[in-house]
Design a protein around this ligand. Structure first.
Ligand SMILES: Cc1ncc(COP(=O)(O)O)c(C=O)c1O
Length: 341
């Protein structure tokens, strides 16, 4: 385990535009541990919901590198895509505002288009929002946006879904170094790091960082859509491209990527009972708020493992809180059911 290797310097050498307040806190959740019983491990929460960029979240770390790249290439506009309640889209809009760039977001309305939560913030942060019906409609609309902007003399920079390309994943390789420093200060050697995994950029960055900085813990994604086989097949090449970007010849195969797909429920952005139970528990014990799309499902994965006796009281684990706060207010039905159920 060690943060002082050549990869720390390499991560610092990429163009980067400051968007975050780092390091994010690493906080022990003792009340939550007690609620899980005598045999619970030490549970620490890495608060990436507090990155600080317009309600924070995991995309902020990726966007520091992506915006750095965009500015280095002379871009004038960021274009990105997602669902109407995309946390990534909201953080992209915020990053563009800070960097003095314009922003166009192509968002699909599969799960609604009420002007609340992230969608409301997108507009408040000055992004131009183009709504399309289905996720398959996003690509053709993005192509139209690029054409229009180029015809108007702009220089668009495409931020792919979730910022999940090697340059974006650097943000989470860097997070590993930051976390290791905090773990060393607490003399901790956790067994696992849990977090929600979707478009895989966070997973790839963490997996690359875990190899380069030789961490003691398993990097454990909890899926919010898709199966373990699909997700590990996508994460392995992205991890390898991230390693290569950092000048490492190390590679991983899908079997080296750890993903739990048991907490997706009925699909992306559809709240689950266990996810909502996890949200209620963490709010009441630690005053930490989770969302039902990502972080609630990931914590449900952690709770299931603790209840199955995967860890003992001598162990420590870390939960990476990846944000998602604004989508609480776009899922009022699920929270109302939790409170009234
Ligand atoms: C709150 C939150 N957590 C986790 C994720 C998943 O991150 P990734 O897309 O890098 O897998 C996202 C992605 O949008 C998110 O918004």
């Amino acid at each position: 385990m060690g943060t002082e290797n050549k990869y720390g310097a390499k991560l610092n050498a990429f163009p980067r535009f400051a968007l975050t307040f780092l390091p994010t806190p690493l906080v022990r959740a003792t009340n939550f541990e007690r609620a899980l019983g005598d045999r619970a491990p030490q549970i620490w929460i890495k608060r990436d919901d507090m990155t600080g960029l317009a309600y924070g979240g995991n995309k902020s770390r990726k966007l520091e590198y992506l915006v750095g790249d965009a500015l280095a290439k002379g871009a004038t506009v960021l274009i990105s895509e997602g669902a109407a309640q995309s946390n990534h889209a909201r953080q992209t809009a915020a990053a563009a505002a800070l960097a003095g760039l314009s922003c166009v977001l192509v968002l699909d309305t599969r799960r609604g288009s009420d002007l609340t939560g992230n969608l409301l913030l997108d507009r408040l942060l000055g992004a131009e929002v183009r709504l399309v019906e289905g996720s398959a409609d996003r690509n053709p609309e993005m192509a139209r946006v690029v054409e229009e902007l180029e015809a108007a003399g702009e220089r668009p920079y495409l931020v792919p879904t979730g910022g999940s390309v090697p340059i974006g994943a650097l943000g989470y390789a860097n997070c590993v170094a930051e976390l290791l420093g905090q773990l060393e200060a607490e003399s901790l050697r956790p067994k696992r790091l849990y977090f929600p995994t979707g478009s895989q950029g966070t997973q790839a960055g963490l997996a690359a960082g875990a190899l380069l900085f030789e961490v003691p813990f398993e990097v454990r994604g909890v899926a919010v859509e898709g199966t373990t086989a699909e997700l590990t097949a996508a994460a392995a090449p992205l991890t390898n491209e991230t390693l290569a970007l950092l000048g490492s010849a190390l590679t991983v195969s899908p079997d080296d990527i750890s993903i739990d797909d048991q907490h997706v429920g009925d699909g992306y952005a559809i709240p689950t009972e266990n996810g909502m139970e996890a949200i209620g528990m963490l709010a009441r014990t630690e005053a930490v708020v989770l969302d039902p799309v990502y972080t609630g499902k990931a914590l449900a994965g952690l709770i299931a493992d603790v209840r199955e006796g995967t860890f003992g009281p001598e162990d420590a684990i870390v939960f990476l809180h990846t944000g998602g706060g604004p989508s609480v207010f776009a899922n009022l039905d699920a929270y109302t059911a939790l409170l009234e159920g």
